[in-house]
Design a protein around this ligand. Sequence first.
Ligand SMILES: Nc1ncnc2c1ncn2[C@@H]1O[C@H](COP(=O)(O)OP(=O)(O)O)[C@@H](O)[C@H]1O
Ligand SMILES: [Mg+2]
Length: 245
Amino acid sequence: MGYTIAIAGKGGTGKTTLAGLIVRILKEKKLGSILAVDADPNSNLAEFLGTPPKETIGSILDDVASHLDKIPTGMSKDRFIDYRIQTAIQEQEGFDVLTMGKPEGPGCYCFVNNVLRGIVSKLIKDYDFVVIDNEAGLEHLSRRTTREADTLLVVSDPTAAGLRAAQRIYNLAQELNIKTKKNLLIINRSNTTPKNMVKELDFLGNIAEDADIQKFSLNGHSLLDLKNDNSALEGLRSLGDKIWH
Ligand SMILES: Nc1ncnc2c1ncn2[C@@H]1O[C@H](COP(=O)(O)OP(=O)(O)O)[C@@H](O)[C@H]1O
Ligand SMILES: [Mg+2]
């Protein structure tokens, strides 16, 4: 079974950035095979890792639904969807990426979630590490895409409102009975350590505001191209062992 790291937090706190940096560090450390899962319907993890997805679970579901004739004779629709998703996993140097995306049009994307949940629970067996970048609104957690995780890593800013959001995420994970072994908090983009933390979350440390990270995301550059001595990367390296051990 792979070691699962589920990253959560309110929008804009830096979940995707930290997910990308964690993938980079795990890859550098050569600790084993890695699957990065972009479980945010407004996906950008693959892009942060240098390769925007050609296909997502959402786009595959759309395609299958509108071209039922493409399903090979003798194959069930579900098996065909599974097969298509397997082929949509992007194989990069040192890690793979699977992107959830969303189906076209308005309405619920529960079905994409269900498909993602099913596929992730199968894929967890094939990788040593699974890093899941969850969406801000926690729809995932509430629809139980991530039913268990070795580490729940909550990302927050140092404000009282940010920490309240972090607390809500932890509470929701508990209410939903999501089994976690470690519950961690990182304060991102700031060196301020608030006095009143979330008591149920172990405070790991701060990742400072880093000008290059900001520049890279503005220009659409891959986090894999950040300099090796980048301050956020170094910061995360020093906290890392507590995240994946
Ligand atoms: N440590 C950091 N230093 C500077 N900018 C950061 C840092 N962490 C995240 N950012 C920037 O903040 C913005 C939001 O980050 P992102 O990872 O997309 O957040 P989320 O996935 O939580 O919505 C991006 O422009 C990103 O480059
Ligand atoms: Mg994000």
